[in-house]
Design a protein around this ligand. Structure first.
Ligand code: G3P
Length: 218
């Protein structure tokens, strides 16, 4: 399973990248605003900066909600760097835009996926990735993992190339559960990625090894 980090925070991106396990980055307008990145020029520059840190797909989201606007924005974003993936919302105009970009060989990430039907449509339009929002479904008492499993079954039935990018991942168990189901990618915060490494027995065991080594060398 590929690991993407879901942030526009450059320190977190660098820290995850330095671990050597990072495969890509996803952003969205809320994450950009959270870092104080506003205005078209700053946003564009920020995407380029991220692309220069991580050698992997970087999702950059369009703001337009009409086909022409999405095409205009998406082509501009895609021209910034070879690793840019144009992130497009799951709305009818978005489906048209995904089909258009698919025909042009421009990679897309269909975002705001909350149902299997939406995932099926995005795959038929030729989306490179689809982003089902795991945590936000859990937030409304709906099992987000069930949706990931349902999409996995559908995509495998028809051998769709579209990759399942589990988004809105909140904690390490989400990551492990996504890996069990066979999600192609997960995107989550640095905290969830780092939490995978934590185990109290590892810490206790390491402390013991170091203490015993110190005793033997005194
Ligand atoms: O990038 C979209 C998604 O990951 C959002 O996550 O935590 O805001 O639901 P969250």
């Amino acid at each position: 399973m590929k690991f993407f980090i879901d942030t526009a925070n450059l320190n977190d991106i660098k820290e995850a990248n330095d671990l050597g396990i990072l495969d890509g980055v996803t952003t969205n307008p809320s994450l950009m605003a959270k870092e104080g990145i506003t205005g078209e020029e700053n946003i564009i520059n920020h995407y380029v900066t991220i692309c220069n840190i991580v050698d992997g797909p970087v999702s950059a989201e369009v703001i337009s909600t009409d086909f022409e606007g999405m095409v205009r924005e998406g082509e501009k974003l895609a021209a910034l760097h070879k690793n840019i993936v144009v992130k497009i919302p799951m709305i009818p105009e978005g489906i048209k835009a995904i089909k258009y970009f698919s025909g042009k060989g421009i990679k897309t990430n269909c975002t705001l996926i909350f149902s299997a039907g939406q995932a099926l449509l995005a795959a038929k339009a030729g989306a490179t990735y689809i982003s089902p929002f795991l945590g936000r479904l859990d937030d409304v008492s709906t099992n987000g993992l069930d949706l990931i499993a349902q999409i996995r079954l559908i995509y495998d039935n028809y051998m769709f190339d579209t990759q399942i990018l589990a988004a809105s991942v909140r904690h390490p168990m989400h990551i492990i559960n996504c890996a069990e189901i066979g999600s192609d990618v997960m995107t989550g915060p640095l905290s969830a990625i780092k939490a995978l490494a934590k185990h109290p027995l590892t810490d206790i065991g390491l402390a013991q090894f170091l203490a015993d080594h110190a005793k033997g060398n005194n």
